[in-house]
Structure formats: structure tokens, C-alpha cells
Design a protein around this ligand. Structure first.
Ligand code: SAH
Ligand code: SF4
Length: 365
């Protein structure tokens, strides 16, 4: 367990625990170690929400768990459904008042993908991102990362469906919260628990170079995406302040290291901003940068946010950009951000709910 986040609750959040730490907790409480495994299965395999449902535990243990622990601690604060009914976005409140967002996307091919947050806010300050615009509040614990997925998995299982994929692309920079994120990935993946295949999980990073290399050296096989958005340092500095610390050359070197170490294809994210990074010149620079690397580019027309003046690219510019990349043998997919009508872009629901709260307070005063 790595837990440097202090929360105003005295109770243990069981979702922060893995099998080894639950087993130790049981022994410390004077119960046999195998009770840890039983609790683990109730939590992550059966995803029960109450201690009463943990039918194979003695009453005395259930009472102690009830007194000293909680099965997660998020409260749903707001919910929005997209018009097509395939995307639902939820805003959760944590015990210290922090708000985080999670999105569930249902696809026609049967995939059920949860987009989950790893931090409350973000310290990276990317200028077009609603989360970056609100600044950093704190890291989420691994339990808080996992609970977002459990919430959706429980709902889907009640409908005889199942959560199949996870993308760590909600609020926050996962590699800034490295240890908790890694622990969450392990919990989500465990075949004896949540059982979400590592290849069905994608971690997206703004490009923290030392952590990308560390991630490549781990014994886990989650997919990796790097948010690039510009192909020169000058332009990337203006969009992603972190580029001043880790310039493009180093980011590409880290990506090459990841590919050579893991043998896996790497993805690059590119938010297309009209007239800024959607020109043929930018496509050519990107093409030369990535030519020969085992990679794929995801082109996402910008999702406009309050704090940034840019607009999404026109469809014609998008396809011209894509054709130019193909000339460099760089494959790409255009992805329309799901749930645009419900502000499913990262950080946008929270921004809106906070605005509404402020307006309400004003009228009340
Ligand atoms: N911090 C990580 C993961 C969370 S952001 C990262 O930056 O990669 C997930 C993705 O959404 C990133 O690719 C990010 O650049 C992109 N993004 C953020 N705001 C956006 C917006 N307004 N329009 C389009 N993409 C956006
Ligand atoms: Fe943070 Fe990612 Fe948003 Fe940048 S795009 S501010 S890294 S969440």
C-alpha cells in the first residue's frame, strides 16, 4: 500500500487495499488470513456495496468491518446522459469535498469503456484543457481510482453486461500520481478480482519522460498513449507548459524506449485546433518525427473549453492532415470525442457544476 493522501475520515477505505494488505489486516485483527481473500472477492469480484452481503464472513468480523472500514467513499453529485444514450458522465464528491469526473462509453461492438480520473484537478496546465485550467488539488488514492470503475462495473453487471475497457484519460496526469495509478491498474487487472485485461486498459500521459521509461520497465502490459498536440518545441511549449521541462526530442526518445522495451505500439494524441496545429506543415513535421516508429496517431478535433479561445478543425482540414500523415507511413484515426453534448471532455462537467453552485449562492445571498 502506498497512501500519502490524508482524508478527513478515520475509517479505512477497503478499495485502497490489495489481497496482501487485506490478509495482513485480518491477521492483525486476530482472524485467519484467508478471510482477507474472502473480503477481496466480495469487494472486487462480486462488487458488493454492503457488509451484510458478505455472507461467508462471521457476524463479528462484519461488525468490525462496518465499524472501522468503508466500501468506497464517493458520492454521486451529478449525472448527464448524451442524446444518443451511449455516454453517461458522472461527477463524484470525495469526503474532503473534491469533485472528480468519470465517463462510461458504450460502443456498438459491445465494448463498455470507463474513462476515469487519477487526480482532483491537474498540475500540468495544458491551456486547452478544462482540468488544467482549474489547477491541482490532490492525487487520488488507488481506491478512489478503482472505485470509479467499480461503480460502472456494478451498474453494468446488474444489466447482465460487463465493463470491458478502462482508459485513464479523465481528470489528472496519471504518471504524476505514479504509485497510486500503478496500484489501481494492478487491482483492475487482477483475474481473481476486477479481471479487466491489461490490453484493454490505456494510460494517457502528457509526456513525463522519466515516468514513461519507468512505466516501460514495469511488468504490466497496459497500452500507453502520449498527448503530443504539436511537432515543434515552440508550438508545444505554448500548449503544454510541461514541454519546457521535457522537450519533444526527449518525449520521442522515451516513446522509442517504450516501444523497444515492450514491443508494443504506442499511441499519440493530437487535439486538432483550427488554424493552429492542423496545417499541412504541422502534419509534415509530425510525419517526419514519427516516421519509422511503431505507433498510431489519434486525431481528436478540439473540444472547446471556457478558458481557451481555440476552435475544432474543419472536417476538410482533418482529412487533409490525415492524408499527409499517411504519406509518411504514419497511421491515424479520427476520433470524435464522445458525449460532446454533455461536456464529456475532461473537467468540463465539474467546471459547469461549480459555476451553477456559485450562481445559486449569489441568488441566495
Ligand atoms: N493527463 C493525461 C490524461 C488526461 S487528458 C494527458 O494529458 O494525456 C486525456 C486527453 O484529453 C489528452 O490527450 C488531452 O490532451 C486531451 N484533452 C484535454 N482537453 C481537451 C480538449 N479540450 N479537447 C480535446 N482533447 C482534450
Ligand atoms: Fe492535465 Fe492532461 Fe489536462 Fe494536460 S490535458 S492539464 S496533463 S489532464
Amino acid at each position: 500500500m502506498t497512501d500519502s493522501v490524508t482524508l478527513p475520515t478515520k475509517k479505512i477505505n477497503l478499495y485502497d487495499y490489495d489481497l496482501a494488505s487485506l490478509t495482513s489486516l485480518m491477521k492483525a485483527w486476530g482472524f485467519p488470513g484467508y478471510r482477507g481473500k474472502q473480503i477481496y472477492e466480495w469487494l472486487f469480484k462480486h462488487k458488493v456495496a454492503t457488509f451484510v452481503q458478505m455472507a461467508n464472513l462471521p457476524k463479528q468480523l462484519r461488525e468490525r468491518l462496518d465499524a472501522e472500514t468503508v466500501i468506497g467513499h464517493m458520492q454521486q453529485e451529478a449525472e448527464q446522459h448524451s442524446n444518443d444514450g451511449q455516454t453517461v458522465k458522472r461527477l463524484f464528491r470525495l469526503p474532503d469535498g473534491q469533485l472528480i469526473e468519470s465517463v462510461l462509453m458504450e460502443y456498438d461492438d459491445g465494448r463498455r469503456t470507463a474513462c476515469i480520473s487519477t487526480q482532483a484537478g491537474c498540475a500540468m496546465g495544458c491551456v486547452f484543457c478544462a482540468t488544467g485550467q482549474m489547477g491541482f488539488a490532490r492525487h487520488l488514492t488507488s481506491g478512489e481510482i478503482v472505485e470509479q470503475a467499480i461503480y460502472f462495473a456494478r451498474q453494468l453487471e446488474a444489466e447482465n453486461d460487463r465493463l470491458s475497457n478502462i482508459v485513464l484519460m479523465g481528470m489528472g496526469e496519471p504518471l504524476h500520481n505514479y504509485d497510486h495509478t500503478l496500484q489501481a491498474i494492478r487491482t483492475l487487472n487482477d483475474p481473481d478480482g476486477m479481471n479487466i485485461g491489461q490490453r484493454n486498459m490505456t494510460l494517457s500521459t502528457v509526456g513525463l519522460v522519466p515516468q514513461i521509461k519507468r512505466f516501460a520497465d514495469e511488468d504490466i502490459h497496459t497500452k500507453l498513449a502520449i498527448s503530443l498536440h504539436a511537432a515543434t518545441d515552440e508550438e508545444r511549449n505554448a500548449l503544454l507548459p510541461v514541454n519546457k521541462r521535457y522537450p519533444l526530442r526527449d518525449v520521442i526518445d522515451a516513446a522509442k524506449y517504450y516501444v523497444s522495451k515492450t514491443g508494443r505500439r504506442i499511441s499519440f494524441e493530437w487535439a486538432l485546433i483550427r488554424g493552429e496545429n492542423d496545417t499541412l506543415e504541422q502534419a509534415q513535421k509530425l510525419g517526419s518525427l514519427l516516421h519509422g516508429l511503431l505507433c498510431h496517431v489519434n486525431l481528436i478535433p478540439l473540444n472547446p473549453t471556457g478558458g481557451f479561445g481555440g476552435a475544432p478543425s474543419d472536417p476538410l482540414a482533418v482529412s487533409a492532415f490525415q492524408d499527409e500523415l499517411a504519406n509518411y507511413e504514419v497511421t491515424s484515426t479520427v476520433r470524435v470525442r464522445r458525449g460532446i453534448d454533455i461536456q464529456a471532455g475532461c473537467g468540463q462537467l465539474k467546471t459547469n457544476v461549480l459555476k451553477q453552485e456559485r450562481a445559486r449562492r449569489k441568488t441566495e445571498n
